[in-house]
Unconditional design. Sequence first.
Length: 174
Amino acid sequence: MKSKIAAVFMLLAGLGFLISFVAHASSIFGFSVFPKEPWFLHFGIFVVWIPAVLCAQSLAKVFPQKQMWKAALRGCPKPMQYMAYALFGYVFLNFAIFAITNSNHTPTSASTVRGFSGHWLIFYYAAFAILYSYIQVQKQDPARRCQNGHLVNLSAKYCPECGTSVGDALAGES
């Protein structure tokens, strides 16, 4: 049941990402495809982000905080994980360009939409990826375990409970 609810929010996050991408791409070319302001995307982030945070906490609860993102995205394919990291970097680049070039822009100008839509992209994509990961982990738990079945964190070489060597369970090795 939790996976079905997560799937609904994942689809909403995917839709939000696509709309944000259209808003962002059009604003780069200096126009808006929306007849009115696209600011509804601000509010949509909260709709998908709250379930995503709850799922991320569930996915990362047995892992050190330092490995939170790796644990939260462990159910995603590698390209999907790399896309999340790349978008995160792009947000900083996009915001720097926005801050440098922003002078006397109205709240509906293409430049302002570009500045905000970069943030929409990462929030919607991260929510999508976390929820996707949550669904995949629910199907088959790829959490790292030692040969005796104890949960171990992502960087452990030995199980803290029984001391057995731990292979890379996330990559399919034991």
